[in-house]
Ligand binder design. Structure first.
Ligand code: C2E
Ligand code: MG
Ligand code: MG
Length: 660
């Protein structure tokens, strides 16, 4: 066996070769500062080469270069290269690298062209020992596997074998690919994960959205429940108007508003609404309230208004930024809206409302104080005249106390027989003869003298005491006139004032007829005086009752005509026999041309409707003369006589008869 030699075709003729151990290459070296070269440049440069080396034959045969410097010792060649004696060294790459490394010259000397003319090297084996080839191949494989071959190669050539480098490169490439695959896999995994997370998120989102929708529905339900609760707490169930709670809150928020210096409210209450409920039932009563609420809400006063229904027939109109003087006309307008006839089913109601007005801060600093004073003012208004509103005055409070005392005293008065009737004569205008008397009640209040009915009748009505009192008046008057007529053989009638409350009583007609029967008075000698306020409510029923009384022969007079609600249009509907022109009307008669012509018209219409017309409050001869001239039928007034107690009247009657 020979050593490791280059494998050539000629040598293959003579020896056998093991598998290639390594490849040797030729390379071109220069100084590091030498310009860049290629193989084509070699013929023009000064080249050094190992004498008799394989490189020399390549230079001559393959590159056709014959001019060069051949060295026996390659170390000399390196020195010459460094000194610039030669330009290049054309030599075995492994060999020269080995030398350069050993002399520490890798750096100053560089390989410019490498891996040239590769040549396999293997063990040469004698053709006589062919079995050694496989033996050696096996050994070589073992050495390569164990890494010893690589170690020796590296030690010798200062570099790795091509196999090693290839394997390493392949490994690097493989690792890179593996890493790339891993990254791709990871990326894919991430993508899948993200996708899964996305799906999960979308599902969560959908769940959230549906939860949100459910919440929204729940919220709407809650809101509607809340508004229902609020409605219950703040809205009047019958009229749908904001209620007392809301009113209180609104007023209190105005009070606490530093920018709000004044506001007013009208507290109003329907007059005798209780009777509507009693007579027609609560369903009709509710409809009345609803219509009133609508009227108030649609009323358009000068100032801005908010309407509240404080409960049943109590309402409040809040005028913001308004002072008393301007709110009064507005309040009157609100009351007028209520007073217009109101039709429900077959009924026409003529209702009225009274009101109390308070102003902040003059009449109170708190809601409770303001409302209390508004109530007092309302009470006061009712005591003067229904259908009006009064502005609060601190004196009202005392009046309320006085009224309460009055009512309790009235109760006692009836039991103690403190009432007395006075009679005021009525004359026939044409003849000047007495035709009858109006009975007028007086109260001889112990310690206070005689009290006018103007003071106590209202209180008696409000406390319902007017019912027994009215009955007493009627019985006493009937008794008196029956006795008088019997005594004087006359046919005088007596006019008795009847309160609307009395007429509302179910058995009023029966009561009157019974009294007539018990006293034995001829029904034609009785006249009942009623005022228009009796027709403001439940008109049909009142008319029916009056018709029954008329049918029994009793006369009915419409008292105080010309005041309040006087309406000529409905006069023909009422079963009246007498029309009494009010004193206030007669008073201005002679000074006012309009009053004159109106009085003339009233008398004409009265006659047209077959009524007797009586003028009240005649105090002067002029009035009497004028009224006679326009055909007024009868007179009553101080000119003839003031109302007198029984005894004095009888005395007067005697003198009157003589005087005439
Ligand atoms: P009335 O029915 O209009 O009665 C007429 C009123 O005018 C009476 O006042 C009478 O005294 C007064 N009077 C009559 N002539 C003159 C006159 O020439 N000048 C002046 N200044 N006054 C005159 P009185 O008696 O104070 O009664 C007031 C009102 O009280 C009555 O007005 C009537 O509405 C009511 N009243 C009186 N008695 C009763 C009664 O028994 N029952 C009811 N329900 N009301 C009564
Ligand atoms: Mg009267
Ligand atoms: Mg009168």
């Amino acid at each position: 066996m020979a050593g490791i030699i280059a494998v050539t075709e000629e040598r293959k003729q003579e020896v056998l070769f093991t598998e290639t151990l390594f490849y040797s290459y030729l390379a071109v070296y220069s100084r590091s500062d030498f310009r860049e070269i290629s193989l084509e440049d070699l013929p023009r440069l000064k080249i050094g080469v190992g004498r008799g080396y394989y490189s020399e034959s390549v230079l001559q045969n393959d590159l056709g270069i014959t001019s060069y410097v051949a060295y026996d010792d390659l170390e000399h060649a390196i020195l010459d290269l460094q000194s610039g004696s030669i330009d290049l060294i054309f030599e075995n790459q492994q060999l020269l690298d080995n030398l350069l490394i050993r002399h520490g010259l890798k750096g100053p000397v560089i390989a410019q062209l490498t891996q040239l003319y590769p040549r396999a090297h293997a063990y040469a084996i004698s053709k006589n020992r062919p079995e050694l080839v496989s033996f050696m191949n096996q050994r070589i494989s073992e050495l390569k596997r164990s890494g010893v071959f690589e170690e020796i190669y590296e030690k010798y050539f200062y570099e790795h074998t091509a196999d090693y480098t290839r394997t390493r490169n392949w490994r690097i490439a493989f690792s890179v690919i593996l890493v790339l695959i891993l990254i791709a896999g990871l990326f894919r995994l991430m993508q899948t994960l993200i996708k899964l997370l996305k799906i999960d998120l979308q599902q969560s989102l959908r769940r959230l959205e549906s939860a949100r929708d459910e919440l929204a529905v729940a919220n709407t339900t809650l809101q509607s429940k809340l508004s229902e609760i609020e409605d219950l707490a703040y809205v009047n169930r019958v009229t749908g108007l904001p209620n007392k709670n809301r009113f209180k809150e609104t007023v209190e928020s105005l009070i606490s508003d530093p920018d709000m210096d004044h506001f007013c409210f009208l507290f109003l209450d329907l007059d005798d609404f209780k009777e509507v409920n009693e007579a027609f039932g609560h369903a009709v009563g509710d409809q009345v309230l609803q219509k009133i609420a609508r009227r108030l809400s649609r009323a358009e006063p000068e100032s801005k208004v908010q309407v509240f229904n404080l409960g049943s027939d109590e309402f409040a109109c809040l005028f913001i930024r308004n002072a008393n003087p301007t709110v009064c006309p507005d309040s009157a307008r609100m009351l007028e809206h209520i007073a217009k006839p109101l039709a429900i089913a077959d009924h026409v109601f003529n209702l009225s409302a009274s009101g109390g007005i308070v102003s902040y801060p003059e009449h109170g600093k708190t809601f409770d104080e303001l409302l209390k004073h508004a109530d007092t003012a309302l009470y006061h208004a009712k005591s003067i005249q229904r259908g009006i509103a009064t502005v609060y005055d601190p004196a009202f409070g005392q009046a309320v106390v006085a009224k309460a005392l009055l009512q309790s005293d009235l109760r006692q008065a009836l039991a103690n027989q403190e009432f007395e009737l006075h009679y005021q004569p009525q004359l026939i205008a044409q003849s000047g003869k007495i035709c009858g008397f109006e009975a007028l009640v007086r109260w001889n209040r112990p310690g206070q003298g005689q009290i006018s009915p103007l003071i106590f009748i209202k209180a008696a009505e409000e406390s319902q005491l007017i019912i027994p009192l009215g009955e007493w008046v009627l019985r006493t008057a009937c008794q008196f006139i029956r006795d008088l007529n019997t005594r004087l053989q006359s046919a005088f009638y007596v006019s008795v004032n009847i309160s609307s409350i009395q007429i509302q009583q179910d058995h009023f007609v029966e009561q009157v007829l019974m009294i007539l029967e018990q006293t034995g008075l001829n029904p034609t000698c009785l006249e009942l005086e009623i005022t228009e306020s009796a027709f403001l409510k439940t008109t049909e029923q009142v008319i029916a009752k009056l018709e029954r009384l008329r049918a029994a022969g009793i006369c009915i007079a419409l008292d105080d005509f010309g005041t309040g609600y006087s309406s000529l249009s409905y006069l023909k509907e009422l079963p009246m026999s007498t029309l009494k022109i009010d004193r206030s009307f007669v008073k201005n008669l002679l000074d006012d041309p309009k009053a004159k012509s109106l009085t003339r018209s009233i008398i004409a219409i009265g006659h047209l409707l077959d009524m007797k017309v009586v003028a009240e409050g005649i105090e002067t001869h002029e009035q009497r003369r004028y009224l006679t001239s326009i055909e007024c039928d009868c007179f009553q007034g101080y000119l003839i006589q003031k109302p007198l107690p029984e005894k004095q009247l009888c005395e007067w009657l005697e003198t009157f008869g003589r005087d005439r």
